[in-house]
Ligand binder design. Structure first.
Ligand code: DGT
Ligand code: MG
Length: 607
C-alpha cells in the first residue's frame, strides 16, 4: 500500500497488494471465569454471578450483565445495581488455567497454527485447511456460518470471500467442539488477518460468530471510538496520538502520514496507518510452553518482613503446582516487588533473579516434585533476593509481591544427538537426586557438573535485558540402556555416525563438563551459599567415592559403560578419579586439538 492510499484512507486491504490469502479465526471464551465457576457449580447458571478478586468483580455471567454488572466493577457498585449478585472468589487461577489449557488442546486437534493470547483467547490460522476444503467442496455455494459484518458490494477477485465463508464453517465446528468437549461457549471472529479477526469477534456476543471481508476492513475500523481499541496500540502511543488530537480510529485514518512520522519512527508511523485501515500482516505464531511461569499477589500494603515471607510462601506453594503441571525443571527464579513510594505517591516494580540448582527438583514417575527441604531452599533463596531489594534497616511499604520461574532446563531432542541417545526418558535427575533416592539400581550414568558459579546467586536487575543464553551449568548424561540392543552395545562402532556427532550445543556442554570438573576442585567452597553449593560438593563426593565398577561411580550402568571405547572409558575414569587433571581450559572449538585422544575428539569427527 502506498502513502497516497494511506493518506486518503483508501480501503486497499493488505500491505501492498489486493490479495487476501489468509484465513484467520479468533476465538474468545464467553465470560470466561464465570463459565468455569458455573461448570463447577451448575446452580450458579441461573443466578447473576460475579467473580471477585479483591474488591473487584473481574467478570460476571451474562445473567448479571443484564443488570449492568460490568467487568472490573467495584464489588460495592456491582452489589448496588444487582443486590442478588452471587459472588465467587476467583483469586486462585488454577481452574481457569486448566480450562484454558484444555481449550488450547482442543484447538490443536485441527492441526493448524494456534496462538494463545492470554487465557481465554486464541488465534488459529486455518488458511491451509480452507484451501484443502475449497478443492473438494461445492465452493461456489458454500454458506456463511454466523453473522457477516456487511454484505459485499462486489466479489473480491482473489476469491477471499469464498475462503472466508469456508473459514466461518470451520469456526463454527471449532466452537461446537469446544462446547461438546468442555461445555464452554465461545465467540469467534473470522477475517483475512489477526487484527480484524480479533476486533470483529465480540460483535455478536455471547456464543456467536462474525465474519468480515477485507473490503470492509477500513470501514469497520472507522467505527472504533478510540485508537486504544487497536490491540497493538498501548497507552504511551495513545497518549501521543491524543496529544495531536488523534482520538478515534477514523482520525488516525485521516491524518497525513507525514504528521505521524514527526511523532513516531517512520516504521511505526506506517504501521499505525496500516492498522487504522484494518491491515495487518503479522503471522499466527504457534504457542509453545511459556518462557516463564509466575504468580503475583497485590494488596494495600505490607510492611513487615514476616508478612512478606508468608506471602511468598503462599505464592511458592501455588507456583509449584503450576510448575508441576508444566513439567519442566526450573533453573532460574525471579522475585518481584512493587514498592509504594510515599514521595512520588506512586508504585514501581523491582525484580531480582538468580539461578537455582535443578537438584531442588526431582522427577519421579514423570512427575516433578520438590521435597520439604527443597521448598525450604527455595524460600531461603527468595528471602535472600528480597533482602537485596529492600533495605530492612528502613521502613518499607509493598503493594505487590511476585514469584516466577524464568528459565527451564532443556532436554535435547535432536535425532542426531548423542545426549538424546543416552538420555533416560523417565528421569532427568541430578546426581544428588539419585543419591537421595539411594537408587543405585538406576540405569543411568549421570555426570552432574555444576560449576561453583551456579551455587551462588547471580543477580540481574529487572531493567537489564535478558542475558544471552548462558551455557548450561549442569549436564545430565544418562545412559539409555533400553535403547541399545545386545549387538549394538557390544560394538560401539555400530552406532550411527549421526548419533555420535555432537551438535554445537552439546559440544559446549561437553567442554563445560570438563571445564567445570576442573573448576570445582580448584575453587574453594563459598560458605554461606549452602542451598546450591552443597549440591555441588555432594556431587563431587559421590563421584569420588563411588566405585563398584573399577573406579566408576556406583550409579554408572556397567553394561553401557563397558560398551564405550577403551580410550573413552579411561578418560572418564581419569576424570572421576581426579577431576582437576582431565582438561586444561580451552575453548570448545580448540578442545579437541588440546589432547590427541580425548573423549571429545571421539565424538566430534575432524572435518
Ligand atoms: P466476555 O469475553 O466479554 O464474554 O467476558 P470475559 O469474562 O471472558 O472477559 P475477557 O475475555 O475480557 O477476559 C477473560 C477473563 O479474564 C475474565 O473472565 C476475567 C479475567 N479478566 C478480564 N479482565 C480482567 C482484569 O482487568 N483484571 C483481572 N484480574 N482479570 C481480568
Ligand atoms: Mg472472553
Amino acid at each position: 500500500m502506498d502513502d497516497r492510499n494511506m493518506e486518503t484512507g483508501s480501503s486497499a486491504s493488505n500491505y501492498g497488494d489486493n490479495e487476501h490469502p489468509k484465513s484467520i479465526i479468533h476465538i474468545d471464551i464467553d465470560c470466561f471465569y464465570a463459565q468455569v465457576e458455573m461448570l463447577r457449580n451448575p446452580e450458579l447458571r441461573s443466578v447473576p454471578l460475579g467473580v471477585q478478586q479483591k474488591n473487584i468483580v473481574v467478570t460476571s455471567n451474562y445473567e448479571a450483565r443484564k443488570y449492568g454488572v460490568q467487568k472490573c466493577m467495584l464489588v460495592t457498585d456491582a452489589m448496588k445495581i444487582c443486590p442478588s449478585l452471587k459472588l465467587v472468589n476467583g483469586e486462585d487461577l488454577h481452574n481457569y488455567r486448566t480450562a484454558s489449557n484444555k481449550v488450547f488442546e482442543v484447538l490443536q486437534t485441527w492441526k493448524c497454527q494456534v496462538e494463545k493470547l492470554g487465557m481465554d483467547e486464541n488465534f488459529i490460522d486455518v488458511t491451509k485447511l480452507v484451501l484443502e476444503r475449497s478443492k473438494s467442496a461445492d465452493v461456489k455455494n458454500v454458506a456463511l456460518s454466523g453473522h457477516l459484518y456487511k454484505e459485499p458490494g462486489i466479489e473480491c477477485l482473489c476469491g477471499c470471500h469464498i475462503r472466508l465463508k469456508i473459514a466461518s464453517q470451520i469456526a463454527n465446528e471449532i466452537r461446537q467442539k469446544i462446547y461438546d468437549e468442555l461445555g464452554l461457549t465461545t465467540c469467534a471472529g473470522v477475517a483475512h488477518n489477526k487484527l480484524l479477526a480479533k476486533l470483529i469477534c465480540p460483535l455478536h456476543k455471547p456464543n456467536d460468530q462474525t465474519t468480515i471481508f477485507p473490503d470492509h476492513g477500513a470501514d469497520f475500523m472507522s467505527t472504533l471510538q478510540s485508537v486504544r481499541s487497536i490491540p497493538s496500540i498501548g497507552s504511551k502511543t495513545t497518549e501521543t496520538l491524543i496529544s495531536h488530537q488523534i482520538i478515534t480510529v477514523k482520525d488516525l485514518q485521516e491524518v497525513a502520514l507525514e504528521v505521524l512520522k514527526k511523532n513516531f519512527s517512520s516504521d511505526m508511523a506506517v504501521r499505525l496507518k496500516h492498522l487504522s485501515l484494518g491491515e495487518d500482516n503479522t503471522p499466527v505464531k504457534q504457542t509453545g510452553k511459556p518462557q516463564s511461569i509466575g504468580l503475583e499477589d497485590s494488596f494495600k500494603t505490607v510492611s513487615l518482613k514476616s508478612e512478606v515471607e508468608d506471602k511468598f510462601s503462599a505464592l511458592l506453594q501455588r507456583l509449584l503446582v503450576l510448575v508441576r503441571e508444566d513439567g519442566r525443571i526450573p533453573v532460574s527464579l525471579r522475585v518481584t516487588l512493587r514498592k509504594k513510594d510515599a514521595k512520588r505517591l506512586s508504585s514501581h516494580r523491582e525484580s531480582r533473579q538468580c539461578q537455582i540448582s535443578s537438584s531442588i527438583f526431582t522427577i519421579s514417575n514423570g512427575i516433578l516434585t520438590v521435597t520439604e527441604a527443597g521448598q525450604q531452599k527455595l524460600m531461603t533463596i527468595i528471602m535472600r533476593l528480597f533482602n537485596k531489594l529492600i533495605d530492612l534497616s528502613k521502613p518499607f511499604h509493598l503493594t505487590l509481591v511476585g514469584l516466577a520461574f524464568t528459565k527451564f532446563q532443556e532436554r535435547m531432542t535432536g535425532r542426531s544427538s548423542i545426549v538424546n541417545y543416552l538420555m533416560n526418558d523417565i528421569s532427568v535427575q541430578s546426581v544428588l537426586n539419585l543419591q537421595n533416592d539411594c537408587d543405585t539400581s538406576a540405569t543411568s550414568m549421570d555426570y552432574s557438573a555444576a560449576s561453583p558459579s551456579s551455587s551462588t546467586t547471580t543477580d540481574l536487575s529487572d531493567g537489564e535485558v535478558e542475558p544471552s543464553p548462558k551455557k548450561p551449568k549442569k549436564v545430565n548424561w544418562i545412559a539409555k540402556k533400553r535403547c541399545l540392543s545386545k549387538e549394538d552395545v557390544a560394538s560401539p562402532s555400530k552406532l550411527k555416525v549421526g548419533e555420535l556427532r555432537l551438535n554445537s550445543k552439546e559440544l559446549e556442554k561437553v567442554s563445560e563438563l570438563r571445564l567445570n570438573s576442573r573448576d570445582r576442585s580448584l575453587t574453594p567452597r563459598a560458605s554461606p551459599a549452602k542451598d546450591n553449593l552443597s549440591d555441588t560438593s555432594d556431587t563431587m563426593k559421590d563421584v569420588a567415592e563411588g566405585g563398584n565398577c573399577e573406579g566408576c561411580p556406583s550409579y554408572v550402568d556397567k553394561e553401557v559403560f563397558s560398551a564405550l571405547p577403551g580410550n573413552m572409558q579411561q578418560e572418564l575414569k581419569a576424570m572421576w578419579k581426579n577431576p582437576s587433571s582431565s582438561v586444561t581450559r580451552t575453548s570448545p572449538r580448540t578442545m579437541n586439538k588440546a589432547k590427541p585422544n580425548t573423549l571429545l575428539k571421539y565424538f566430534v569427527p575432524h572435518k
